[in-house]
Design a binder for this molecule. Sequence first.
Ligand SMILES: NC(=O)C1=CN([C@@H]2O[C@H](COP(=O)(O)OP(=O)(O)OC[C@H]3O[C@@H](n4cnc5c(N)ncnc54)[C@H](O)[C@@H]3O)[C@@H](O)[C@H]2O)C=CC1
Ligand SMILES: CC/C=C\C[C@H](O)/C=C/C=C\C=C\C=C\C(=O)[C@@H](O)C/C=C\CCC(=O)O
Length: 258
Amino acid sequence: MSLDGKVAVVTGAALGIGKAMTEILLQNGAKVALLDVNETAGKSLCEALMKQYGQEKTLFLSCDIQSEEQTKAALKKTSEVFGGIDILCNNAGILNENTWEKTVSINLMGVIRSTYLALEHMNKLNGGRGGVIVNTASMAGLGPLPSCPVYTATKHGVVGFTRAMAAASSASGYGIRVNAVCPSFVQTELFANILDKLGQFSHLADATKGMVEKFGTLSVSQVAECLLELVTDETKNGEALVVTPQMKKYMTFVNTIQ
Ligand SMILES: NC(=O)C1=CN([C@@H]2O[C@H](COP(=O)(O)OP(=O)(O)OC[C@H]3O[C@@H](n4cnc5c(N)ncnc54)[C@H](O)[C@@H]3O)[C@@H](O)[C@H]2O)C=CC1
Ligand SMILES: CC/C=C\C[C@H](O)/C=C/C=C\C=C\C=C\C(=O)[C@@H](O)C/C=C\CCC(=O)O
């Protein structure tokens, strides 16, 4: 699928992985709406991108994906300004075992909310053009990160939601593919400030450091390359693309019912 003229929405676009996803989409010809709670970083990035890619290519919308009202309004605005939505990158996420309800609210409920609201614009059965949704999960969506049980639970939830939504979409004729990217550790703010966010599991910080030493760290652009693959390769639906500094591979799941 060519990205020329396609319209993308990236949540958590102001920093880190979302910023790199926004950049790769723009580089490949898409128009991108940047959604983020961080207005300062979001506006400043958007201004820089407008200078580089043109005023009409990008748009910043202040949006907390925990809010139905804000998310609905941001998607409506995107559709009005750019004329529809073809790509949704559900990327916004936090890691905080202290405020664990908020972690569930953003990482899992936020992904579900944004997906359902975006379907109203993308679903071919509602007059949309179809398209593709890519969820930023994590390797912690495939196996346990012991210092972060709630973060692990949310990312397993995102992988399960991705696979079930992909199957629901193809069985229903929505014309929308749904995939997930599952990176190991990535050099971002989320990763840098981890130690004071483990709460009652802070005694497991050394074990986490050991995992970081084992896996190494990815750059945000390595994750953005995976996004590009999942968006452009029309054979990919219901996939979880695992990426570490050493390898990139599609996860094989055992289907218990079929
Ligand atoms: N950094 C890492 O090691 C890894 C991160 N991930 C996932 O990648 C995604 C992006 O994380 P990073 O770029 O590392 O984090 P980051 O902290 O650098 O950036 C996250 C962005 O999301 C925004 N955000 C947070 N809550 C929001 C909300 N309620 N509504 C809208 N925007 C919100 C933040 O303002 C920020 O701009 C997350 O889902 C994270 O779980 C996955 C694997 C590894
Ligand atoms: C401290 C947390 C910082 C960032 C959070 C983030 O999302 C990073 C997670 C990074 C790694 C998690 C790794 C978990 C690995 C496992 O549980 C293993 O069981 C391997 C899982 C899948 C391997 C796929 C395969 O090679 O077949």
